[in-house]
Design a protein around this ligand. Structure first.
Ligand SMILES: Nc1ncnc2c1ncn2[C@@H]1O[C@H](COP(=O)(O)OP(=O)(O)OP(=O)(O)O)[C@@H](O)[C@H]1O
Length: 287
């Protein structure tokens, strides 16, 4: 590709981005948790943020969603400087489901989901018809209608996670951020949650950005990946392009193989157990 063509592509990519971060840094006590990260989030796509513990994923997610002000760099939401927008303006476009949200005492499912309407309602006013519609759609989307009067504290981890997702959906965001949404869920509930999120993405064009640890989930779930190490963005692109044995071994500091999945043909990551060769012996062993 010529230099001129690359410049056009970059300009087009920037125009298309719903969030564009340029040279974003966050420094805590003199150490960069995020180090000059530049990423573009495209509307209607699912982006996964991956990397080792402490690589800066949550901090980058907080910056992109407006929860954390970066110490340097520029972030634009639909072309507007994120730092110049009020919290309410941001919340009309962006919902965030953080890591292990604290369960508010004494609320039932419906009352939690109602909280999602706050950016759209004047302070201390009653719910209007459009609020009620949004709440009903959100509860139905996560299939919690039967549990709407249940206290949050009485729900299982998976049910409670769905209630949080419903609260985020009641916000009617264009962009949904999730930080490790599948942690604490069993495999079935992980699959159900990711299937729900993908349906919302495909049917409603909800833009999703999620921190995920499971590389094979990322391959199945995400359109794009941001791979991080020590606060820096190592690479961005489609999982099949970004996830190579070299890039993953470098990012995580352990040996990662990428093979073709026997059923889907898509890439499948195999992690070598550190200091243990049983994993390798079993690969391809069909005794
Ligand atoms: N408020 C803070 N004050 C000081 N240091 C912080 C703060 N928040 C994060 N850090 C540090 O910044 C680095 C990146 O943290 P971050 O939580 O973004 O990583 P992560 O990739 O999400 O990690 P994990 O996978 O363990 O959740 C870590 O070294 C962390 O200790």
């Amino acid at each position: 590709m010529t230099v001129a063509a690359m410049a056009v592509d970059t300009a087009e990519a920037r125009r298309a981005a719903i969030i564009e971060a340029t040279d974003v840094s966050v420094v805590f006590n003199g150490v960069a948790a995020v180090d000059r990260a530049s990423v573009a989030i495209h509307p209607g796509r699912i982006t996964a943020i991956c990397g080792a513990n402490g690589s800066g994923k949550s901090t980058l997610l907080k910056c992109l969603s407006g929860l954390e002000a970066p110490t340097g760099g520029d972030i634009r939401l639909a072309g507007q400087a994120l730092g110049g927008l009020s919290r309410r303006d941001i919340a009309r476009q962006v919902a965030v489901l953080g890591q292990n949200p604290e369960t508010p005492a004494g609320l039932n499912v419906e009352e939690l989901v109602e909280q999602g309407r706050y950016p759209h309602r004047p302070w201390l006013t009653r719910l209007r018809a459009n609020d009620r519609d949004a709440i009903e759609r959100a509860i139905a989307a996560v299939d919690l209608a039967d549990m709407r009067k249940r206290q949050l504290a009485s729900l299982s981890g998976g049910e409670r996670q769905r209630a949080w997702v419903a609260m985020a959906l009641a916000q009617e965001p264009q962009i949904l951020f999730l930080d490790e949404p599948t942690s604490f869920l069993d495999v079935r509930h992980q699959a159900e949650l990711l299937t729900l999120l993908r349906r919302l993405n495909r049917e409603d064009r909800l833009t999703i950005i999620a921190v995920l640890h499971d590389l094979n989930q990322v391959i199945e779930f995400a359109d794009d990946v941001i791979l991080m190490k020590k606060g820096q963005v190592l690479s961005t692109g489609a999982p099949a392009d970004i996830f190579t044995p070299q890039s993953l071994s470098h990012a995580f500091g352990c040996k990662v193989d990428v093979v073709a999945h026997p059923h889907t043909g898509r890439p499948f990551c195999l992690i070598d157990w550190v200091g243990d060769d049983r994993g390798r012996d079993r690969v391809g062993d069909d005794r």
